[in-house]
Ligand binder design. Structure first.
Ligand code: 9UX
Length: 72
């Protein structure tokens, strides 16, 4: 089944940041959707259970230039 993870993302200040983070997450193999809430500083990432490692999601955001950490 599909599951979802949440990341707290720091450093996003404009709508283009949102696009950058969403595209970076969507490019991680296995990810089927990524949605960023700028005001909340959160990213929701969907993928089939078991196919994506949280560390890869964090790394993708950080490579794009933002700080990320998992949210329980
Ligand atoms: Mo907007 Mo974000 O001008 O890194 S793209 S601040």
């Amino acid at each position: 089944p599909e599951t979802q993870s949440l990341l707290a993302v720091d450093g996003m200040t404009c709508a283009s940041c949102v696009g950058r983070v969403e595209r970076a997450l969507a490019a991680v193999p296995g990810v089927t959707g990524a949605s960023v809430n700028l005001a909340a500083g959160r990213a929701a990432i969907r993928y089939p259970e078991g196919v994506v490692a949280m560390a890869d999601l964090v790394a993708a955001v950080e490579t794009a230039g933002y700080e990320a950490r998992p949210v329980d």
